[in-house]
Design a protein. Structure first.
Length: 259
């Protein structure tokens, strides 16, 4: 039984004057328990919209999302979300940012402390618990956001361009740290990225989306043993194949804009 099933999901957005744009067109795929799934696609193809539907933040026009074979609806809390933009509350310390979701759930102070201690240690933020967001680095802020998503023990973790605003060295380090956390927790992860190298380095499997109206174009099983090295011939082969597909999609989009 798959951990996550996305079945025939479609979504349109109104453009005004009774006009709408179809963004997701009959999207279906499954994610196994404990799998690290990467999703790639052209900019603006609906990857973020898809993640928000999975996380119960917006509702599809058609189709359904199932977790452990049970349909989930708008507002469910079974998915942790790492947003593309930094989302820490600037007036709360690292610990208090991490505990925010537990506070909302009404968890006791003792349990909050125990759970936040555990994830702080897991992501390597011990010693920074009382720092405010402006007192930590961008990489540490990302670790804090990962901890905040994990502390509520979600069934699935989704990440939207989780490391896109970081310098290359920090980004590479956080990719490795995120993989370590995934392996230690056994979490099921859906990871959206624009970076093909990142997706190949991290994912068990990659789905590539088309331009809007988005469909799933192709699936790659990344059968490279771990730990991986970024510049091996195996990684570069997957990279070249995926970039070729994305280039074709980009050329199609440019032709449509000219017509």
């Amino acid at each position: 039984m798959p951990k996550l099933s996305v079945r025939h999901v479609s979504k349109s957005f109104d453009n005004g004057e009774q006009d709408s744009t179809l963004v997701l067109d009959d999207i279906s795929f499954e994610v196994k328990d404990g799998e690290f799934l990467g999703i790639l696609g052209p900019s603006g193809c609906g990857k973020t919209t898809l993640l928000k539907i999975i996380a119960g933040l917006i509702e599809p026009d058609a189709g359904e999302i199932l977790i452990d074979d049970v349909e989930v609806k708008l507002g469910h809390s079974r998915v942790g979300y790492i947003f593309q933009q930094e989302s820490l509350l600037p007036w709360r310390t690292v610990r208090k940012n991490i505990e925010f979701g537990l506070e909302v759930k009404g968890v006791s102070e003792e349990e909050m402390r125990s759970r936040s201690d555990a994830v702080i240690a897991l992501v390597g933020m011990k010693g920074y618990e009382d720092h405010l967001p402006h007192e930590i680095s961008g990489g540490q802020a990302r670790k804090t956001e990962i901890a905040r998503s994990l502390v509520t023990s979600p069934d699935i973790l989704v990440a939207d361009e989780g490391f896109s605003n970081l310098d290359a060295q920090t980004r590479n380090h956080l990719q490795e740290e995120f993989l370590r956390v995934w392996q230690e927790t056994g979490s099921t992860i859906v990871f959206v990225s624009h970076n093909v190298d990142e997706a190949v380095f991290m994912s068990n499997r990659i789905l590539v989306m088309s331009n809007i109206p988005a469909k799933m174009l192709v699936e790659y099983d990344i059968s490279i043993s771990r730990p991986r090295r970024r510049a091996t011939s195996e990684c570069l082969t997957y990279r070249a194949q995926i970039l070729d597909i994305l280039k074709i999609e980009q050329e199609k989009a440019m032709l449509m804009q000219r017509s």
